[in-house]
Design a protein around this ligand. Structure first.
Ligand code: ADP
Ligand code: MG
Length: 241
């Protein structure tokens, strides 16, 4: 069975979707089969970050409502071998999807793929809870801001309440000069607040932003500091020994 990871944050805009696309692409580049599941219904982004928006026909809702088979909703990435995307629905359609639906879908995907990476919506409501139903581990993506740290604490608590105890966090969009000048919370300060393992930091880098918005996970380019850093973070998350 494949492993299911949830990418969460509480706060919007911390970089969950960029992180999910790069974690998926990196694992695929290293030879694993990976499916990215976009659970941000109504606000889908992963198709754009993967450059696959013109390929989307069916989405997660179509699969769970029986409109299509799983295979029909799996969009193959153009550049990475065995990397697939299941897109989010264009609208936030309430009521039709239950946790049981998602459990069945995630199990089927885990039977086919080594890794199932679930990109969750911001917040802690229904959409988030549906994303989390089968996760083995949650990766909470924060930015060095007090609002993001507080939201991560809340997400941590909600995840514990639904039985997900294996968690870690990544600090994204770090601007070292702002941390050095004391205008952003330091890594040590964040580590003191969040009670879960720390998987690493990702610098704020325009290249990450530009690549994502051009439909390319930045780890496509190997031999960069970003790739090497992402490798270390992913290894800590998957606990590769
Ligand atoms: N490390 C980074 N450096 C620069 N820009 C980033 C970085 N991570 C994410 N971004 C940008 O931040 C914005 C929000 O990212 P996104 O992944 O869509 O957030 P979320 O899924 O948490 O709402 C996007 O414009 C993205 O390009
Ligand atoms: Mg997102």
């Amino acid at each position: 069975m494949g492993r299911i990871f949830l990418i969460a944050s509480g706060k919007g805009g911390t970089g969950k979707s960029v992180f999910a696309s790069n974690m998926g692409a990196l694992l695929a580049a290293r030879g694993s089969s990976v499916v990215l599941v976009d659970m941000d219904m109504g606000l889908r982004t992963l198709d754009i970050y993967m450059g696959l928006e013109s390929k989307v026909v069916y989405n997660v809702y179509d699969v769970v409502s029986g409109l299509c088979r799983i295979k029909q909703a799996l969009i193959k990435d153009k550049r990475f071998q065995s990397l697939y995307l299941m897109a989010a629905a264009p609208r936030r359609d309430d009521g039709r999807v239950t946790p049981l639906h998602m459990k069945v879908l995630f199990r089927r995907l885990a039977e086919r793929f080594d890794y199932v990476i679930v990109d969750s919506p911001a917040g802690i409501d229904e959409g988030f809870l549906l994303s989390a139903v089968s996760a083995e581990k949650a990766v909470i993506v924060i930015t060095p801001e007090y609002t993001a740290i507080r939201d991560a604490e809340i997400v941590d608590k909600v995840l514990s309440e639904i039985g997900i105890h294996n968690k870690c966090y990544v600090i994204n969009k770090v601007k070292s000069e702002l941390v050095a000048s004391g205008t952003m919370p330091s890594i040590a300060e964040i580590n003191g607040i969040l009670r879960m393992p720390f998987a690493g930091i990702i610098q704020y880098d325009d290249n990450i932003h530009v690549a994502a918005n051009n439909g390319l996970p930045i780890v496509f380019k190997k031999d960069t500091y970003i790739y090497r850093n992402m490798e270390k973070i992913v290894d800590r998350i998957i606990e590769r020994r």
